[in-house]
Design a protein around this ligand. Structure first.
Ligand SMILES: [Fe+2]
Length: 129
């Protein structure tokens, strides 16, 4: 991977999924949205401080190399992402846009009401290691 993070557009979720698979082996594919009132942050309408995926899990700790988030339905919720120089960028993902990042380098978070925003999230473990 030649980038810390990148935002790019895909015509379909298939295209996004196939690009994610080109980076390595999928460890989890899930939907991120406001589905529950308790439990995993990725399923609740709460702000998330900067973190790396797998931080709070024993199963996935240090195993997630690359994360892809593809926006299926958008809202005004802000996605926060840092790069290797610790520079913070805020962005609002629109339908069809994806954020792909190196989970060992970048930290990410979010701010604002999720409302009916839905993201398709893929966790990848690099195959070259
Ligand atoms: Fe996360």
């Amino acid at each position: 991977m030649k980038f810390d993070w990148v935002k790019k557009e895909f015509k379909t979720a298939d295209e996004f999924l196939l690009e994610m698979l080109s980076y390595g082996k999928p460890i989890e594919v899930s939907l991120v949205g406001a589905f529950d009132n308790k439990g995993r942050g990725s399923r609740r309408n709460i702000d998330l401080d900067l973190h790396q995926d797998g931080d709070y899990s024993t199963q996935y700790k240090n195993k997630i190399d690359i994360v892809g988030l593809y926006c299926l339905r958008s809202s005004f919720a802000k996605t926060l992402i840092t790069n290797s120089k610790n520079i913070l960028t805020e962005l609002i993902l629109k339908k069809g846009e994806a954020l792909i990042f190196d989970n060992k380098v970048c930290k990410h978070g979010r701010k604002g009401d999720i409302l009916d925003r839905i993201l398709l999230r893929v966790w990848i473990q690099k195959s070259s290691e």
